[in-house]
Write a protein that binds this ligand. Structure first.
Ligand SMILES: [Zn+2]
Ligand SMILES: [Zn+2]
Length: 248
């Protein structure tokens, strides 16, 4: 399994970071998680072929996660995409995405691919998507709107987990159980909204994860914050903008 951090910033971040979104690649299938910016441009920037995009997962309705959705669909269409685009996410998130897209007049976009919406339940360990090589499950995390964290497990047993936007949450401990990599947000601690690097590191330690990558990063990151997080979990690092990471 390989993943590409298309963006690693919070809604407000350093100038070189865009909003947090990433692509998971497994057996030549590409799955995009969130599109709060120009996801397709970022896919090109990391050398991915957008025509291979198989599915989009929208984790929640906040603009820094889905405001680029109409742009993504337009660009895929202009790139020649005609086959339908499967889109997964909480029902409320999909409703917002649909409303966003419908704000634009697309009557004359010949061949515009259908968007196939697949609501994800908010119960723990809900099914998102299962292919021959990859199983994706979701659980609701602790954020002000319905929001899902994710767990990707391939047939070789490699596991990638993603907290999404959340305060420190036991749901993420379960999603990240024995994960090879946990991608966790580190915006700064706000009750029932966001987590600090230190809290993300506590979660990684409780989950028994092997490596922690911090994303959704605010401006002016302090090395002190990373040092504090490493007291809880040694294998902690800041996500690299446009970085690619192999598991296994
Ligand atoms: Zn959010
Ligand atoms: Zn966010």
């Amino acid at each position: 399994m390989t993943f590409y951090l298309l963006g690693t910033g919070a809604a407000v971040s350093d100038p070189h970071r865009t909003t947090t979104m990433f692509v998971v690649e497994e057996a030549e299938r590409l799955i995009l998680v969130d599109c709060g910016g120009d996801a397709l441009q970022r896919m090109l920037a990391v050398g991915l072929d957008p025509s291979k995009l198989d599915a989009v997962i929208l984790t929640h309705e906040h603009p820094d996660h889905i405001s680029g959705y109409p742009l993504l669909i337009e660009k895929l269409w202009l790139f020649g995409r005609r086959r339908p685009i499967p889109v997964y996410g909480p029902a409320q998130t999909l409703d917002v995405a649909r409303t966003l897209f419908q704000a634009f007049s697309t009557d004359r976009w010949d061949g515009l691919p259908d968007r196939i919406h697949n609501p994800v339940a908010l119960e723990p360990d809900s099914d998102v998507l299962k292919t021959e090589h990859l199983t994706i499950t979701a659980s609701q995390v602790d954020h002000p709107v319905p929001t899902i964290g994710l767990r990707f497990e391939n047939s070789a047993g490699e596991v990638l987990a993603y907290s999404c936007d959340t305060a420190k949450s036991p749901a993420v401990v379960e999603l990240g159980r024995n994960a090879d990599v946990l991608i966790h947000e580190a915006t700064g601690s706000i009750a029932h909204v966001h987590s600090s690097p230190e809290e993300a590191a506590e979660t990684a330690a409780e989950a028994g994860a092997k490596r922690l990558i911090l994303v959704h990063l605010p401006p002016a990151l302090a090395e002190d914050d990373l040092a504090d997080a490493r007291k809880n979990f040694e294998q902690t690092e800041y996500g690299e903008e446009l970085g690619s990471y192999g598991i296994g």
